[in-house]
Ligand binder design. Structure first.
Ligand code: ATP
Ligand code: MG
Length: 289
């Protein structure tokens, strides 16, 4: 595999696999269906994808087996490898939370004193306990942490939660958050020493940035009465000055603007009360600024 291609480590089979590949495909990379193969080469970029277990990705990137990788920030923190976090990617969001049996209550971190905590993230939990000056026993369990309290192995658990449904099934409830995670792009610290790979990475990063930006933006189109244009402009959180187009009806204008996705529902009513009609909100595939 010493072909000079940029090597990207991606989780082989798990929660991050599809979204990681989707991101790379949105960057214009032509990647074939990977099925059971361990390495796949992009058809239109000097890039190989290595499919690995997520726990191994930080070390492989640290050791240069892969140049970059996509992995949960939780795993990066837990493994504490010598790597650089290049970008937060905004998917795979979850929280590492303390959870206790439903019938119990916990008021503050101090209540953890002397307790037994089962987790797959011993390093993160120990750091959290130290930071809060708590002495507790951390029991490392690699999977199905949520059954530890009912087996009497632990008093509470610290595990990844998104909806909390798994906890409920095991008669546990979430308490406080220890760590918030999303998927990150990590890189080998010496990558910029290799000029050709650095160029491949720099160009990939530009594409990733443009995809992330586009995912967070929408293209807004609407018709507005000419006399209300200033009012409409004041409401718009647009990234650049809006585009204004005359219409056949001379009392009206079409206004187009790129806005951050999460602001639309906050301004929608204000736009309407300023007379906006025919409001369309479109997805943007790519955005090069
Ligand atoms: P592997 O076989 O590769 O070791 P795994 O079972 O350790 O996989 P997954 O459960 O697929 O890992 O989780 C991968 C990553 O997805 C986690 O490190 C975390 O960042 C994120 N994640 C985990 N649980 C959730 C969840 N409930 N909701 C959203 N994201 C999650
Ligand atoms: Mg794993």
């Amino acid at each position: 595999m010493l072909n000079g291609n940029l090597k990207v480590a991606v989780q082989k089979k798990g929660r991050l696999t599809d979204k990681s590949l989707q991101l790379l495909r949105s960057c214009g990379l032509d990647i074939e269906e990977y099925s059971e193969r361990l390495i796949v080469t992009a058809r239109n970029y000097e890039l190989d994808i290595l499919f690995l277990r997520d726990d191994d990705i930080p070390e492989y990137v640290q050791d240069g087996v892969a140049d970059i990788g996509i992995v949960g920030y939780d795993v990066v923190k837990e493994r504490n490898a010598e790597i650089e976090v290049l970008r937060h990617l905004g998917f795979g969001k979850c929280r590492l939370m303390m959870a206790i049996p439903e019938e119990q209550d916990i008021e503050s971190v101090e209540n953890l004193q002397g307790k037994r905590i089962a987790t797959s993230f011993p390093a993160i939990v120990k750091e959290y306990l130290n930071a809060n000056k708590i002495e507790a026993k951390v029991i490392e369990i690699s999977g199905s942490v949520e059954i530890a309290p009912s087996l009497g192995v632990a008093d509470l658990i610290c595990d990844l939660v998104s909806t909390g449904n798994t906890l409920k099934l095991n008669k546990l409830k979430k308490t406080f958050t220890v760590f918030e995670s999303d998927a990150v792009l990590i890189g080998n610290k010496n990558l910029n020493l290799d000029e050709s790979k650095w160029k491949l990475l720099a160009s990939l990063l530009t594409r990733i940035d443009s995809v992330l930006k586009a995912r967070n933006s929408k293209y807004l189109m609407m018709n507005v009465p000419k006399e209300n244009l200033d009012e409409i402009k004041n409401v718009l959180p647009s990234l650049k000055s809006p585009t204004i187009v005359p219409l056949a009806d001379e009392s009206m204008l079409a206004v187009h603007a790129v806005i951050p996705t999460d602001t639309f529902w906050q301004i929608n009513e204000k736009l309407k009360s300023a007379g906006a009609s025919g409001i369309l909100l479109l997805a943007i595939e790519n955005m090069i600024l």
